[in-house]
Design a protein around this ligand. Structure first.
Ligand code: R5P
Length: 308
């Protein structure tokens, strides 16, 4: 149809400010939808405009109240599918349940796979997400999934350091740390972390050298803040000059503390009102990825050319 946008952007209720920023980055407005909670706690959704034959994007972060926002997303997808949208593409800045990506112990579920199955069964045609906890989650989907990196947005907080060293607070973040270090042209170090309970961590050894250096701790998630707090202590004990942290997803619980860390920079993939952290916006990153997807252009090559 003449004059129509090539797509529509809808949002669940998990992150209104990011949805509005993304709409602005895409030079559009949010699609009209009513989301309500019935007296018994069930979620009701009504799409208030025609989506027939349209390519539709839906933004929802599965965090803060993940069960509620996941269910809400599934219901929105169902509503759009039954309203004859041509395709439904999900923009999930934070993919909740990603940490349950394997059977850690006997008789554990693999909830990340369950979430992938639910989204596909509901009718998702494609997923755009960012800094998945582990990349193998991409394989839980039989539909295309693009996993963006927050690195170009976060790394701005690391410029102008005299003697940087990127520190992974956990062996699982080695690859992430290496990519930051390659860009900053510096060394990496690794802290040996062992989680002995959801809120209890043991950590002491440091592999590498941080003496007299400006440490950049990089991680995908802050939740209790324990991982960063203990990693910072280990770095201080090993003679670090200064410590900063760059983190993709701020799940931040109330108890999170950052003793010894000068600055914690996080993205706005998850809403947070925590005043201890500085938030940088991923709306331009998501917007650029969506624009490229619409034009059938490479998404991975955007990191080389974009100035976010
Ligand atoms: C763990 O594997 C993740 O990468 C994060 O290090 C972890 O989720 C952070 O959690 P917390 O802030 O509770 O230590």
């Amino acid at each position: 149809m003449k004059g129509q946008d090539p797509f529509l952007l809808f949002a669940g209720s998990s992150h209104e400010s990011l949805a509005l920023e993304l709409a602005k980055a895409l030079n559009t407005t949010l699609g009209k939808i009513r989301i309500e909670t019935f007296p018994d706690g069930e979620t009701g959704v009504e799409v208030l405009q025609s989506v027939r034959g349209r390519r539709v994007f839906v933004l929802q972060s599965v965090a803060r109240n993940p069960n509620h926002f996941l269910m809400e997303l599934l219901i929105i997808i169902d509503a759009l599918k039954r309203a004859s949208a041509k395709s439904i593409e999900l923009v999930i800045p934070y993919f909740g349940y990603a940490r349950q990506d394997r059977k850690g112990m006997e008789r554990n579920p693999i909830t990340a796979k369950l979430v992938a199955d639910l989204l596909q069964k509901a009718g998702a045609a494609r997923v755009l997400t960012m800094d998945l906890h582990t990349e193998q989650i991409e394989g839980f989907f039989d539909i295309p999934i693009d996993n963006l990196y927050a690195r170009p947005v976060l790394i701005k907080g690391a410029k102008n350091l005299q003697s940087p060293v990127v520190v992974s607070p956990d062996v699982g973040r080695n690859k992430m740390a290496r990519h930051f270090a390659e860009e900053l042209k510096c060394e990496i170090a690794i802290v040996d972390k062992r989680r002995v309970g959801p809120e209890k961590i043991e950590m002491d050894a440091l592999i590498g050298n941080v003496k007299g250096k400006d440490v950049l701790l990089v991680d995908d998630i802050i939740s209790t803040g324990k991982t960063l707090e203990i990693a910072a202590k280990v770095c201080i004990l090993n003679g670090a000059k200064s410590i900063r942290a760059l983190v993709s997803h701020a799940l931040l619980s109330e108890k999170a503390r950052f003793d010894g860390i000068e600055e914690v920079i996080v993205t706005n993939s998850v809403p947070t009102s925590n005043k201890q952290v500085k938030q940088v916006s991923i709306a331009p990153l998501l917007g650029e990825a969506i624009k490229r997807g619409l034009k059938g252009e490479s998404i991975s090559s955007m990191y080389r050319s974009m100035k976010i």
